[in-house]
Design a protein around this ligand. Structure first.
Ligand SMILES: [Fe+2]
Length: 224
């Protein structure tokens, strides 16, 4: 008989119900980011900011796939394809006849120093993605000045309701956290379920931070 089941490796920790988050670094991204930056700058010179999740700065309308040129369409394709690879229609009978096809809306965000995005979700979509055109850091600046994407535990605040200082630890001793922070790199795509609440910490870099967001929307296939 054991007197300590955990110490004897009899008690095993099982983390259930994962939240899918997918990241990818687009290779050789300089030409793509150059084109995107040009399209965004032109749009910004013509249109005022939309007011959605940004706390200041500039946010475009959601039609960037229409006004952003080939670079925006190429990026959109990469994002939608990536999300599609991690999605399965379990009701599809004929492998040649998909029941859904993807539509997407894309927009650009510019955060000057001190600006972030408030906590929000993206209703009406399945996956949401973000791509980083510019981290907004000057050459001499520390990466810690770059804003973070903060993904919030969708059960929040339930796991901390009972006693906020009592945290679960897994078998390796890692402590439960109610959020997950990512400091993105230029050229990185991050995709997550659209119901996952997220926010962006205020940007501390000297230059403007530029990101592009995209929602994937599943529509009935026209051929179905
Ligand atoms: Fe968002």
């Amino acid at each position: 008989m054991f007197d300590d089941l955990a110490a004897a490796n009899v008690a095993q920790y099982r983390g259930l119900f994962e939240t899918p988050v997918i990241t990818a670094d687009v290779p050789d991204v300089a030409a793509l980011t150059g084109e995107l930056r040009k399209a965004i700058s032109e749009r910004r010179s013509q249109f005022r900011s939309s007011e959605r999740t940004n706390l200041g700065g500039w946010q475009s309308d959601v039609g960037m796939l229409q006004w952003g040129g080939d670079a925006a369409r190429q990026l959109g394709m990469l994002m939608v394809q990536m999300c599609s690879r991690f999605t399965l229609d379990i009701g599809q009978v004929d492998p040649e006849s998909p029941r859904f096809e993807w539509s997407a809306e894309m927009w650009a965000n510019i955060c000057p120093t001190g600006i972030g995005h408030e906590s929000h979700t993206h209703p009406g979509a399945l996956w949401s993605c973000v791509f980083y055109v510019d981290d907004g850091l000057a050459e001499k600046e520390s990466p810690e000045h770059a804003a973070e994407l903060v993904l919030q535990d969708p059960r929040n605040p339930t796991p901390l309701m009972y006693k906020p200082d009592l945290r679960w630890i897994d078998g390796a001793g890692a402590t439960y956290r109610s959020d997950h922070r990512i400091r993105p790199r230029v050229g990185q795509i991050i995709a997550f379920p659209s119901w996952l609440a997220h926010w962006v910490t205020p940007h501390k870099g000297e230059r403007e931070r530029i990101s592009i967001a995209l929602n994937t929307i599943a529509l009935p296939a026209r051929s179905a």
